[in-house]
Design a protein around this ligand. Structure first.
Ligand code: R5P
Length: 295
C-alpha cells in the first residue's frame, strides 16, 4: 500500500493528491518550541510499516524550519523501516546556490542532497529546479524535475485572450528553456542581455535579442520570482524600448517582501505562475502533475 503524508496545514493539497491517486493519506501536526525549534507529530506512525510512503512538503515560506521538518519526517519513517520513500517537494529551496560562487561558500543544493542520501529515498519529485544537473550528479535516488512551462504559457495566453505574444527570457541563462517553450507553442522569442558589474554587483540591461513589436504583449518567463528585482529591471527596460504590455510569469512565485509592488511599479500588467508555492496569482495547479508521476 502507498501512503501520502503531509502537513495538516496543507490538508487541501494532500486531499487533492489523495483524490487524484486513490492513495491513503496521513496529516502530521507541527509545533514550534519557545526557542524556535520545530517538531512534527504523526498520530498513527505504525501505518507506515511495510508501506511505500510519499512525503509532500513545501519548503517555502519558512524555508529553514521546513527543511528540518522534512528531516524529522524522514527520521520517523526510517524508524518504521520504510524503504520506499518518495519526496514530493514542489519548490526545492536551497537549489539556487548550485556552485561555489566564492571559496568558503557551500554548494547548498549538493549539501541538501547529500543529507537526503542518508535516508532510503527512492525518488524526489520537484518542479523547474534551478540547476537539475547538480541533483542528478549527487543524488543516490531518482530525481524527476517536472517542467510546466508550456502549460503555464498556454494558460497565460488564455487569460490574456490574445494568442499573439512574444516570449522573452529575462537573461541569456534562461534562454534555452524559454526558446524550447516558444518552439513548442510556435511563438516568437528572445532574451534580454544583462550585464553585471563584478565590483559592485549592480545589474543593468544592455540590449534585446529578438524581433519585438510595441503592440505585441511580452511574456517575461523565468523559473522563479523572488524579490522581483530581475523582472522589474527587465520590464523597465522593455518599457523604455516602447513595449506596451508586459506579463511577469514564473513557475515559482516566492514574491518576497515588496516584490509585487516592485513589479507593478515597473510597469508589469499581470503576475502569473503556478501554485508550487501557494499564492493569489497561481493560474496552474501542480497536484495533477505530481499525481500522474506517482500512480
Ligand atoms: C536566477 O538565477 C533565477 O533564474 C531568477 O532570475 C531569480 O531567482 C529571480 O530572483 P529575483 O526575483 O530576486 O530577481
Amino acid at each position: 500500500m502507498t501512503i501520502i503524508i503531509g502537513s495538516e496545514k496543507s490538508s487541501n493539497r494532500i486531499l487533492k493528491l489523495a483524490q487524484l491517486t486513490g492513495y491513503r493519506y496521513l496529516l502530521y501536526k507541527e509545533r514550534v518550541f519557545p526557542n524556535g525549534e520545530v517538531l512534527v507529530y504523526v498520530e498513527n506512525p505504525k501505518a507506515f510499516r511495510n508501506n511505500a510512503v510519499h512525503i509532500f512538503i513545501e519548503t517555502y515560506p519558512d524555508t529553514n524550519s521546513q527543511i528540518i521538518k522534512l528531516l524529522e519526517l524522514l527520521e520517523i519513517v526510517n524508524h518504521y523501516g520504510v524503504d520506499n520513500i518518495t519526496l514530493m517537494i514542489p519548490y526545492l529551496s536551497y537549489s539556487r546556490q548550485d556552485k561555489r560562487f566564492r571559496p568558503g561558500e557551500p554548494i547548498t543544493i549538493k549539501m541538501l542532497i547529500e543529507i537526503l542520501n542518508f535516508y532510503k529515498i527512492s525518488r524526489l519529485i520537484s518542479f523547474e529546479v534551478h540547476n537539475p544537473q547538480v541533483i542528478y550528479k549527487y543524488a543516490d535516488f531518482t530525481f524527476t524535475n517536472l517542467s510546466i512551462g508550456v502549460d503555464l504559457v498556454k494558460k497565460v495566453i488564455d487569460s490574456l485572450g490574445n494568442s499573439e505574444v512574444f516570449l522573452m527570457a529575462p537573461d541569456k541563462g534562461r534562454w534555452d528553456t524559454v526558446n524550447m517553450i516558444a518552439k513548442a507553442l510556435d511563438l516568437p522569442s528572445g532574451y534580454i542581455m544583462k550585464i553585471r558589474d563584478l565590483e559592485t554587483g549592480t545589474v543593468s540591461m544592455k540590449g534585446i535579442v529578438g524581433d519585438l513589436r510595441p503592440n505585441i504583449p511580452v511574456i517575461l518567463l523565468d523559473d522563479e520570482i523572488s524579490t522581483g528585482g530581475t523582472m522589474a529591471l527587465a520590464t523597465d527596460y522593455l518599457k523604455k524600448q516602447g513595449i506596451n504590455r508586459v506579463q511577469a510569469v514564473a513557475t515559482h512565485l516566492l514574491l518576497v517582501k515588496d516584490a509585487e509592488k516592485k513589479l507593478f511599479n515597473s510597469g508589469v500588467d499581470n503576475i502569473f505562475g503556478s501554485n508550487t508555492i501557494p499564492n493569489k496569482y497561481a493560474i496552474l495547479e501542480v497536484e495533477p502533475y505530481i499525481a500522474k508521476e506517482i500512480v
